[in-house]
Design a protein around this ligand. Structure first.
Ligand code: EPZ
Length: 416
């Protein structure tokens, strides 16, 4: 099992480029089911989850091919409508084939994703929306079995803004009869990117990113030829790397508009951040000042940055209250950070982080994707050697992270 060894306490300096967004590429790949032809998607990061989605689409009958950061999907034939448990259990985002399969073929059999380290993560809202559009859905032996002669447009209200729920319903609605209005939707940049990709295929969609999305069904969609947005969470992660090492990093090929909440929060801790368009320069302070944060749906502070921000606050001057409002169990990294000498107590959904002068390297274990990123951040800021076990979590969401960190002067290596 791969481990990563870090000699921390080094000020990182230099320039890195951000990869394409995993959470934009995954739904855009699933959208290829809605067309018949050759789909080309660009700026796709080289990640395990991307390969898992590619293999799932191939299992459904699409031709999947990846050349560097370009994905080619031949969607002329869909000869299976079943997304088996083996795929879904390794990647919950597999559930994103549900809406497109129903829209394209009128049938879908998708394994229920089950829970994951950070929470129960039900998909009841995905199912509620599809039923409102006329799908007959039954849950049988751990699978969602769905049928719909023709999905019908209707008004759907999400009582919680769900990212993949919004994406599933938006895709399903593109080929439905009539207009679908999605209310209280998620507004993440990945939702807007998927809407733009669908519009480039000929879909009629308005309002993505505003909380209310109107989709007028069309008879067919043409294949994709689309470049996905940069990864805002990778961008935020590298911003915290500069912050915790007191370093000076230039971040290229990012989207500064997508990281405003992260940048504002880091500025309030004393981090200097400037830049616009597609590049940022980030200068870390000698010692960050403690700041409270509450994770919220976009445009609030993203839950996917909570663990990385906590790593920074462990060495801040003062006490920070970090409240996780999105998932019920997203503090798995706390116990590992305490092994590095952090002073954190959890009270319900809030972690109280009392800043210490410095962390001390130690062996730790990754439990999920963003927890593993936070341990990299903490290890880079800690004095001595940190060894992170179970880094396969990291490989799901960060393209060539050791390479990029080495470019900045980090003393980091993977131990097979
Ligand atoms: C997406 O997950 C992201 N994954 C997650 O990123 C991200 O943390 C999350 O959105 C929140 O921003 C992808 O885009 C592939 P949700 P998703 O549905 O869609 C509840 C990462 O690190 N809910 O927006 O699964 C749910 O339990 C991953 O890259 C229901 O109750 O999240 C949660 O409390 C981790 N019923 C809240 O809504 C539903 O039917 C938000 O979940 C759906 C969701």
């Amino acid at each position: 099992m791969d481990k990563i060894e870090i000699e921390g306490g080094v000020m990182l300096e230099g320039e890195i480029s951000i990869s394409g967004a995993k959470n934009a590429a995954l739904p855009v790949m699933a959208a290829s089911i809605l067309s018949s032809g050759e789909n080309r998607i660009f700026n796709v990061p080289d990640l395990r989850d991307i390969m898992t989605m590619g293999k799932l689409l191939a299992h459904l009958g699409l031709g999947f091919h990846k050349e560097g950061n370009e994905v080619i999907l031949d969607s002329n034939t869909v000869d299976s409508v079943e997304a088996p448990y083996d795929f879904v259990k390794t990647m919950r985002a597999s559930v994103l084939v549900l809406g497109p399969l129903l829209a394209r073929t009128g049938r879908a059999k998708v394994s229920l994703p089950g829970g994951c380290a950070i929470g129960a993560r039900p998909i009841n809202l995905h199912i509620m929306g599809l039923e409102k559009m006329g799908a007959e859905i039954k849950l049988y032996e751990g699978y969602i079995e769905a049928r719909a002669e023709k999905l019908k447009g209707t008004k759907i209200y999400f009582d919680i803004p769900t990212v993949t729920g919004t994406e599933n319903l938006m895709m399903a609605a593109t080929l439905a009869e009539g207009e679908t209005v999605l209310e209280n939707t998620a507004c993440e940049p990945e939702i807007v990117d998927l809407a733009n990709a669908l519009i480039s295929m000929g879909a009629d969609i308005q309002g993505a990113g505003t909380g209310e999305i109107k989709i007028k069904g069309v008879s067919s969609l043409r294949p994709l030829n689309y470049k996905v947005i940069p990864d805002r969470i990778e961008t935020g992660t590298f911003m915290t790397v500069a912050a915790i090492t007191g370093g000076h990093i230039t971040i290229r090929e990012c989207n500064t508009e997508h990281v405003e909440a992260i940048a504002n929060k880091l500025r309030s801790t004393g981090v200097k951040i400037s830049g616009d368009g597609d590049s940022l320069s980030v200068d870390g302070p000698d010692r960050p000042v403690s700041q409270d944060v509450r994770t919220m749906p976009h445009p609030g502070f993203p839950t996917d940055m909570q663990a990385q921000f906590m790593a920074l606050m462990t060495i801040a001057d003062g006490t920070s209250l970090i409240t996780e409002n999105i998932f019920e169990n997203r503090f798995m990294h706390v116990a590992e950070m305490k092994r590095l000498g952090a002073d954190i107590t959890i009270e319900g959904a809030t972690a109280k982080v009392k800043g210490v002068k410095s962390l001390k390297g130690a062996p730790v274990m990754a439990t999920d994707l963003r927890a593993s990123a936070s341990l990299i951040v903490a290890g880079l800021g800690a004095y001595g050697t940190t060894i992170i076990d179970r880094v396969y979590h990291l490989d799901r969401g960060y393209e060539r992270i050791e390479e990029k960190l080495k470019l900045l002067g980090a003393r980091i290596r993977r131990i097979r």
